[in-house]
Design a protein around this ligand. Structure first.
Ligand code: ADP
Length: 426
């Protein structure tokens, strides 16, 4: 068995990192998630290492530099295969960062072709003829069109990605290969010889992802959501690169107070906040305009939480409906509003941990990044999934459990589900 990790994943946000780590663990890879690019050596005994970056919405040049630093670190750890984990709703702006980072990583690896596959059918993300569907809706008709930082208004991923890239983007069409490995191989070779460097891959079912994993196994880099990762561990095992571990998801038993921080305005999170409130559980809204005016919003939220924690998990949320969000952004500017709310959530997380909170559910990718950094977490162990894509995790060496939820993941009762799984609900 290989002592060095086989797979190195560079994830463009923190919930995306736990999402892909959860898939790998589920399929039996011993997986460690590190926060940012570490200074030291790779963790011992890991088959896969996921580097969590907060690079989805930073300037493209910064995202490229950070991703290359992660790549260099992973390469020095002896990693054989690389995976750039992007959002299953392809969250990005016309300036990037998926295209520029993918091109830079591919060039660094000396590759001339790769596939780009955000599909994750289990979570309702499928790609057909290059168009991304969220459940039954085109991406551009879904709640993603109202995202605070990366509104997605075009469902044609070939067009979206081409706008971010210098090299040619093409399409690996479902109807030309029908999920058959040989046909996929031929199509990939044809696209590559036609000068396509990044091929968006159609995928409608898990079987499509498995077929793609089979033929893409030897590409030096994959660019994908977490779905494609499902097909990798068993194939690494077939090659004798790893021994699958059915018990790869192992955390210490949870203890301590519990809280939820929701900094996502995505539709699923809106439903989850409404369900929590509807069940009569304690919740407090964070007012972004009051925050900008210098009101003691953080201190008040912490005082409120302190009074309620003994009774069970409390929720602090910045989650608002699209119209209210637009009004706040018009008043403060998109970037400033986002940063203010993230800083407040990070400060609240620190305060909560100081008052004995040890289990924290965080809703929102950027929000999770801000919270995890503020808590000084450097490495996460990955536990069992609460729902597809969201596992409980544990900060290495600490009595601190975190569930980092991508804004659009989870059923309406996700928060209660999470604490039932971690047994924190009274
Ligand atoms: P998601 O996973 O749903 O994309 P993120 O946390 O990644 O959630 O992004 C949500 C962004 O919206 C964050 O930058 C957050 O600070 C910002 N945000 C959340 N609530 C508000 C609000 N009420 N006003 C302005 N910005 C907000």
């Amino acid at each position: 068995m290989n002592a060095a990790p086989v797979l190195g994943v560079i994830a463009d946000d923190f919930t995306g990192a736990t999402d892909v780590a959860s898939m790998l663990v589920r399929e039996g890879l011993r997986t460690v998630q590190v926060i940012g690019v570490p200074q030291g050596a790779a963790p011992e005994g890991a088959d896969a290492v996921v580097v969590a970056l907060k690079s989805r919405t930073t300037p493209a040049a910064d995202a490229v530099a950070e991703s290359l630093a992660a790549w260099r670190w992973l390469q020095s750890a002896g990693v054989r295969r690389f995976y750039f984990k992007v959002c299953s709703t392809f969250d990005s702006t016309p300036a990037g960062n998926i295209g520029p980072v993918a091109e830079a990583l591919l060039a660094a690896l000396g590759g001339d072709f790769t596939v780009v596959c955000p599909a994750f059918p289990e979570n309702g993300r499928s790609v057909y003829r290059g168009h991304l569907f969220v459940g039954d809706q085109l991406l551009s008709d879904s709640g993603m069109r109202d995202h605070p930082l990366t509104p997605m208004t075009d469902s044609n991923l070939v067009r979206v990605l081409q706008a971010q890239c210098r090299q040619r983007v093409g399409l690996l069409r479902h109807d030309e290969a029908q999920g058959a490995a040989d046909a996929l191989r031929q199509r990939m070779a044809a696209l590559c010889s036609a000068g396509v460097v990044l091929a968006v891959a159609d995928a409608i079912t898990n079987a499509d992802l498995h077929a793609l994993a089979e033929v893409a196994l030897d590409l030096p880099l994959l660019v994908a959501g977490s779905g494609l990762a499902l097909g990798l561990p068993s194939r690494y095992a077939q090659r004798g690169w790893v021994q699958l571990d059915a018990d790869a998801a192992r955390l210490d038993a949870q203890s301590g107070h519990a809280a939820i921080l929701a900094g996502s305005c995505s539709q699923a999170t809106q439903g989850q906040v409404a369900a929590w409130r509807g069940a009569g559980r304690p919740a407090r809204a964070l007012d972004a305009l009051a925050l900008a005016a210098g009101a003691p919003v953080v201190a008040e939220a912490l005082a409120w939480a302190r009074a309620g924690l003994a009774g069970g998990p409390v929720l602090v949320h910045a989650t608002v409906a699209p119209a209210e969000l637009k009004a706040v952004q018009a008043a403060l500017g998109v970037a400033r509003a986002g940063a203010l709310v993230e800083e407040a959530m990070a400060a609240i997380a620190q305060g909560l941990v100081e008052m004995g909170v040890q289990r924290l559910v965080v809703a929102g990718g950027e929000t999770s990044g801000a919270v995890v950094q503020a808590l000084g977490v450097q490495q996460l162990r990955i536990g069992a999934a609460i729902c597809p894509g969201v596992p409980w995790t544990q900060a290495e060496g600490r009595a601190l459990w975190l569930a980092l939820k991508s804004g659009n993941f989870g059923a309406p009762d996700f928060f209660a589900q999470a604490f039932a799984a971690g047994s924190a609900l009274p």
